[in-house]
Design a protein around this ligand. Sequence first.
Ligand SMILES: *Cc1c(COP(=O)(O)O)cnc(C)c1O
Length: 244
Amino acid sequence: MNTFLSQLHVLQDRIKQAEQRFGRPNGSVTLMAVSKTRTIQDILLAHRAGLHHFGENYLQEALPKLAATKNLDLTWHFIGTPQSNKARLLAEQFAWVHSVNRLSIAESLNALRPTSLPPLNICIQLNVSLEPSKSGITPSALPELVHQIAKLPRLKLRGLMCLPAPSDSFDQQRIGFAKCREAFQHLKPNFPWLDTLSMGSSHDFEAAIAEGATIIRIGTTLFGKRPPLNRSIASPPLQEGPTA
Ligand SMILES: *Cc1c(COP(=O)(O)O)cnc(C)c1O
């Protein structure tokens, strides 16, 4: 079996086991393949293996990949920090933006989402670490932002996203994800259509599943170690041949 397929099968097995272990319904966790730094060939290989959800965090790197897969049934998720001057392309090209962190960017995406497309799926990025940071909004600011975004007709607010600081401890990993889950549960009575917790990547997705993740964002465990930061599509394709 080739390298990619064997890694995918091991990963799918771990997801299934985590669903069982933490009382989650079978198939309730969607795997998003994070394809940053990977080639178009890598993406096509993953698609042939049955994956449909792909995530990118740099717009310029993503655009050629989106163009090359335009006629396939891929769902593209933007998971980087959205910049106002990129809002038009984000609104036109992606199905989801996971990392909305302020009202102004939500308003731009709403204004720029083409009417020919369904509303843009949105998650609000929540800062679940203790230090203030730009990587998401604080839990105290969340209800007001949700209230405002829910009024924007060209956006479909789906839920919350978080990216906690990495930790080697499973219990520690769960703490950040639990904060996100609690914030979600507080919103749910007023916004019953919310259905998404986008949380967990290669090193902590099992803890995220334990806390209710519905979308996990996986790069390394699926595609192997990322090539050094030469943001690109110039990286060699994944090995398709047999492994030793
Ligand atoms: C790169 C990235 C991931 C995937 O990280 P891996 O450790 O490679 O699985 C997940 N989420 C975001 C926001 C990322 O930028």
